[in-house]
Design a protein. Structure first.
Length: 95
């Protein structure tokens, strides 16, 4: 898996981010979603992450990876957009 895979996963993450903002606004009435990794994981699995990575992705495991990505991103402050950072880690997890 290479750069194109990372790009596609980052695009899925960006789309999930936009969809989650709508969900958080409409369904949660603007309240911060503490359980966002579970929501993102389900969304990503439903919208083809497994197809991009050419393997089934367990939503529960992905949820944990997303939480770890978030913690690492905040800790490292890498200077890249979060979807790109998360995509690199997700692709590495299932490569």
């Amino acid at each position: 898996m290479g750069h194109e895979t990372n790009r596609r996963v980052a695009a899925l993450l960006s789309e999930a981010g936009a969809a989650h903002e709508v969900y958080q606004t409409r369904e949660l009435h603007g309240v911060y979603d503490q359980d966002w990794p579970k929501w993102y994981a389900a969304h990503l699995v439903q919208h083809g992450l497994g197809d991009v990575l050419n393997r089934p992705i367990p939503a529960e495991e992905l949820s944990q990876v997303l939480r770890q990505c978030d913690e690492a991103y905040k800790r490292e402050q890498p200077g890249v957009a979060w979807p790109d950072y998360y995509a690199t880690r997700i692709v590495a997890q299932w490569a």
